[in-house]
Design a protein around this ligand. Structure first.
Ligand SMILES: Cc1cc2nc3c(=O)[nH]c(=O)nc-3n(C[C@H](O)[C@H](O)[C@H](O)COP(=O)(O)OP(=O)(O)OC[C@H]3O[C@@H](n4cnc5c(N)ncnc54)[C@H](O)[C@@H]3O)c2cc1C
Length: 457
């Protein structure tokens, strides 16, 4: 047995003694390997030293006290649905898995809040809130398996953000375990609170680098009405993008755009009748308003066709194109999903630039995303097992980000920086801000044990 392995097993024994026999400390490589990465291709990862399954906040605190004393990196993991390599482990790290901290502690309908453990699945909370006529609104497409803690740590978005905002707008307070194991409560359960610096929101989007979010108090909303849905087709993306900014006046609860490459991928798999179309806009409103005026606006702005339905039963059919976009691309090969945000007026410019990047690198790149937020997901498709194409895909991925930056946009709109976009941040962000971020990290995590080499450039 090598001396490093002996040293590792001594540390793990000590950790198990420290945490107590009731806490699962997993070292079986066939199990630890399943905790070593999220859903981002290309992001580096290695099986961790151990996986600790936390069932309560005391376990998190004990683990961090131990890791802090021994300077061992800790990678917090929610659902592992991330798309930036944020939850990926290194060989010298411990993965702190929060999947068993899945208790909805309280739903308080009169104050319209819920208190949950961090490992609660997003959709489970929304279903529980439904019983009170309430909703937990943030709706990442991964909501069936991503956790509220992970959503907070990445400040996840989704389709409803155009009306209801991203995760941060729905979080009031949280209990956080600091790098040295201390437990602090940040924020307030009240709707308004300006008593302290907004440290709860500093944690939001910090991707596990500043503390471990153990419990959250989130806002619930009156459940919106069933949506009415509009579908408008355009000859090209420029017209569709221009119409999308005008449609914002209808207060959409969803406003998505789909480019021609995406349309072709879906049509080749599940024909929906859009084969001769250049771009499609899909909009929903959930306030019961009539969409005839929106149809007229689309027509005036060059739509080839525009229809709407206020029958909830039709909604699923009408937004099928958007729902099928990613699965249709996945069946064509390996996919590398980018995530950038640009000013609303630059959406078409981004799509046209992506078409150029696709041609240069001889790749298929489809673009769809949240037109109402300027947050697009150019998705690079390349053949399985083709190393050369994989390298070109990786270059194209970075070029898309640089293009978004050049258009006045940003490196990530919702998926986060993780490890895959760290190097790209420096080109966008003022060095002074990078320095401030590093100082904040040093205050919260002086030994740099919390998800090192992620998020912060
Ligand atoms: C099919 C699919 C669709 C998706 N759709 C969307 C979408 O519409 N919008 C969107 O924004 N994202 C989307 N994502 C990305 C992903 O689901 C989100 O980033 C999600 O918020 C991650 O949650 P998770 O619980 O899986 O976190 P993980 O993937 O486990 O972790 C994500 C990051 O958060 C950290 N972290 C997790 N839990 C905690 C905690 N309690 N305390 C501190 N740090 C923590 C991790 O260390 C890591 O850095 C999608 C992913 C997939 C695979």
């Amino acid at each position: 047995m090598g001396s490093e392995i002996v040293a590792d097993s001594l540390v793990i024994n000590e950790l198990q003694n420290h945490l107590g026999v009731d806490v699962s400390v997993i070292t079986d490589p066939s199990v630890t390997a399943s905790y070593m990465r999220d859903q981002a291709p290309f992001a580096e990862s290695a099986p961790p030293l151990a996986v600790v399954i936390a069932r309560d906040i005391q376990t998190i605190s004990s683990l961090l006290k131990f890791a802090h004393a021994h300077s061992i990196p800790v990678v917090t993991r929610g659902g592992g649905s991330g798309l930036a390599g944020g939850a990926n482990s290194t060989a010298d790290s411990i993965v702190l898995a929060l999947e068993k901290m899945a208790e909805i502690i309280e739903i308080d309908p009169r104050n319209m809040i819920a208190r949950v453990q961090a490992g609660v699945i997003n959709q489970d909370l929304d279903i529980a809130a439904q019983e009170y006529g309430l909703a937990y609104l943030p709706d990442p497409a991964s909501r069936e398996w991503s956790t509220i803690g992970g959503n907070a740590a990445t400040n996840a978005g989704g389709m409803c953000c155009v009306k209801y905002g991203v995760t941060s707008q729905h979080i009031r307070a949280m209990t956080v375990v600091l790098a040295n194991g201390e437990i602090v409560k940040l924020g307030s359960a009240t709707k308004k609170a300006v008593t302290t610096l907004d440290l709860a929101h500093l944690m939001i989007g910090s991707e596990g680098t500043l503390g471990v979010i153990a419990e959250l108090t989130v806002s619930l909303a009156i459940r919106p009405k069933s949506p009415s849905t509009l579908v408008a087709t355009f000859a090209d993306i420029t017209e569709a993008a221009r119409a999308s900014t005008e449609l914002l006046k209808f207060s959409p609860s969803m406003l998505e755009i789909v480019d021609q490459t995406t349309i072709r991928a879906v049509e080749a798999w599940r024909p929906l009748g859009f084969e001769s179309v250049g771009s499609v806009l899909l909009m929903q409103v959930d306030d019961g308003s009539d969409l005839s005026e929106a149809v007229a606006l689309c027509t005036a702005m060059g739509a080839v066709d525009a229809i709407f339905s206020d029958d909830p039963a039709d909604s699923a059919d009408l937004i099928a194109l958007r729902k099928l976009a990613y699965p249709a691309l996945e069946r064509m090969g390996m996919t590398l999903l980018d995530d950038v945000a640009v000013p609303l007026t630059k959406i078409a410019d981004l799509v046209l630039a992506v078409e150029q990047i696709a041609a240069t690198h001889k790749l298929t790149i489809a673009v769809f995303g949240h037109a109402g937020d300027g947050n697009l997901h150019p998705t690079i498709v390349y053949p399985h097992g083709d190393d050369d194409a994989a390298e070109r895909a990786s270059k194209a991925f970075n070029e898309i980000v640089l293009t978004a930056q050049a258009l006045g946009g940003t490196t990530s709109g919702e998926h986060g920086i993780g490890s895959i976009k760290r190097s790209l941040v420096l080109q966008e962000i003022d060095p002074k801000v990078i320095e401030l971020q590093r100082s904040i990290k040093a205050i919260f995590d002086p030994k740099n044990i919390l998800n090192p080499n992620k998020k912060l450039a």
